[in-house]
Design a protein around this ligand. Sequence first.
Ligand SMILES: Nc1nc2c(ncn2[C@@H]2O[C@H](COP(=O)(O)OP(=O)(O)OP(=O)(O)O)[C@@H](O)[C@H]2O)c(=O)[nH]1
Ligand SMILES: [Mg+2]
Length: 328
Amino acid sequence: MKQNIKITMLGTTGAGKTCYILGLYSTMQLGLEGFSLSCQDMDDDLRLTEQWEQLVFAEEGEDRWPSATGNEPHNYAFDFSYGLKPMMGFEWLDYRGGAMSDLSTESDVNTLRTHLVESSCVFLCISGELLKQKLTESQLNIIARRAGVTRMISYLAELAKAKQPTNENPYPVVITITKYDQCFQRNKDEILEDIKNIFRIFFQPNSGWLTMICPVSLGKELAENKNTGQIEPKNMHLPLVFAIYFGYSNELRQQENRAKRKKDDLEILRGGNFLERWMNTEQIKSLENSLNNNQEQIEELKKRMRFLRQQLTNANLYLSGTEMQLDV
Ligand SMILES: Nc1nc2c(ncn2[C@@H]2O[C@H](COP(=O)(O)OP(=O)(O)OP(=O)(O)O)[C@@H](O)[C@H]2O)c(=O)[nH]1
Ligand SMILES: [Mg+2]
């Protein structure tokens, strides 16, 4: 079994992290466009299902919502599948947003930092509640602080040191606008402009961040009344599809490097004189087989990436600030 990739969502307390993972799991548990999600640990399934049912079926009122996450973070491990065939495993940390602005003497702060530095993709969570109106320059600053963007940037600076993103080898980030029902009445392009101004750092030339801006919501009726509105999740799967796409993209790069090394080795072995070639027959054969194997895996990865990419054709994607589309 392949190793799980890790995904971290950064966001302050109340930004909607726990609700996001609940919404993501429950919409994908039954399958969405052929994709599905299952927990690697059955107890996690119970834990998530219970909270979800509370949200959807329990009596209306404040109690339907999960409580704020305590200082014991919970690590979930999921399998992302297509037609029930596992495509990739990933780990998700549900932690209290307060940990983002605590000293590193708190134990959950270190759990979060370790998870983040090992992550293949980061989701930054900003609540639609903060984007209800067009923001002036001075409001932008206040909102950025309220959304914890300054802390996010410190965390990402640490990540950038570990990953060294470049335009050739960019690092994927999803800015998820949670509770989008709260700002739904606004013009989307205007919201995108506000987001780019709040998260300016990701939209700089040559910065090497590949950013997707993605609105998500647990239901549009929540805009009217969050305690009685119907739960009807929107777009929850898209950030995950993006993260899995880049999980594959990393794997593809590794496979391509391996194939290249094998090709070089083969060339040297085949370049020998008759006697040398005869002596290396076995080695040449085994390298050829292993190269074929690599090439099959490369084709399979590309196929999966093309497939995931189809889900993202309407997504708002930017490489170092320039709007772009994915290609394989
Ligand atoms: N209108 C609306 N409200 C939402 C939505 N999702 C979450 N909320 C509200 O936001 C509150 C906080 O969400 P949580 O997911 O608990 O926030 P969190 O980021 O996990 O917070 P901590 O655990 O304290 O870090 C919920 O209790 C809901 O009241 C949504 O899609 N729409
Ligand atoms: Mg929480």
